[in-house]
Design a protein around this ligand. Structure first.
Ligand code: SF4
Length: 292
């Protein structure tokens, strides 16, 4: 007897097994049946990969600085650049089938985000405007200062007051122009009364600084003054003990020296800064003493 699908009926199967037993067959080989395939849902459209949510510039919440910061290491080590997932600084994205965006465009987009930022409520309320950064979007050399002062807040550009004019003279002495360098600050808004940035404010603004460094991708960075040096490198050493040596930050070599506003109050320290510039430019392959 067979079932309607052709398979033997239980009765016929039992009879068959009894016949085998009578013939001396007591065991049968085990047969592994293939697993039943699981049905897969069929996508009806293109598959979309979700990007990580961008932090809202309007959000007053404090970003996780530890997640954003570029690792600082001993001078001989080369930490990985803090590229966002799937992103390489200044590298065209054509291979990935995405629209190519220049460093200039990326900085402009970031500047728009910064202009709307209110993470530091007091600073955002008091500012005339944000002071993002100026210079060559592909500069080999980046200057980082402390925070905008009154002149910078009014004009929207870093280093434009008296200290900025002294910085310009230093740049000329180094046989460069301001336009060849990228210049920005630890903070993008002026602290009231030109006080030092609080740690919270520096942490709030760190994401923007990191992105600027990532986009410009400079080979060398100069930190002007204690606030810039200690914040960028996450160190508590006095600026005097951070001079005349290079720190490694991402792929950039970092030199720390006195802030130009300190030089206005202590002109004798100008010689120290000039020594630091010679030290930096010698590393860059330029002899500043030649043809002076
Ligand atoms: S200092 Fe930076 S983080 Fe703070 S409000 Fe200004 S742009 Fe935003």
């Amino acid at each position: 007897m067979a079932n309607h699908d052709g398979s033997p009926s239980p009765r016929a199967l039992r009879q068959y097994l009894q016949d085998l037993e009578r013939a001396g067959v007591t065991t049968l080989p085990r047969i592994e049946l293939p697993e039943k395939p699981v049905a897969q849902p069929v996508s009806e459209g293109p598959i979309t990969v979700a990007r990580p949510a961008e932090p809202s510039p309007e959000s007053p919440t404090t970003p996780n600085v530890a997640d954003q910061s570029i690792e600082v290491t001993a001078q001989s080590q080369q930490p990985a650049l803090p590229a966002h997932a799937g992103e390489t600084p200044n590298q065209p994205l054509q291979d990935q089938g995405e629209v190519t965006t220049s460093a200039e465009e990326r900085l402009a987009a970031l500047a728009d985000r910064v202009a709307a930022c209110t993470r530091c409520e007091l600073l955002a309320e008091a500012r005339t405007q944000t002071v993002f950064g100026v210079g060559d979007p592909n500069a080999n050399l980046m200057f980082i200062g402390e925070a905008p002062g009154a002149d910078e807040d009014r004009l929207g550009e870093p280093f434009v007051g008296r200290a900025g004019q002294l910085l310009d003279r230093i740049i000329v002495a180094c046989k460069m122009t301001r336009e060849e360098i990228y210049i920005c600050n630890i903070l993008r808004c002026r602290p009231p009364g030109n006080r030092n940035p609080s740690q919270q404010e520096a942490d709030n603004c760190r994401e923007y600084l990191n992105e600027q460094i990532q986009i410009v991708n400079p080979e060398y960075i100069v930190c002007w003054g204690t606030v810039a040096a200690q914040n960028l490198l996450g160190m508590n050493r006095p600026i005097g003990k951070m001079r005349k040596q290079f720190f490694q930050f991402g792929t950039a070599r970092v030199l720390c020296t006195y802030h130009p506003s300190y030089l206005l109050r202590n002109p004798s320290a100008k010689k120290d800064v000039w020594d630091d510039m010679k030290f930096l430019f010698a590393e860059m392959g330029v002899n500043l003493e030649e043809n002076r």
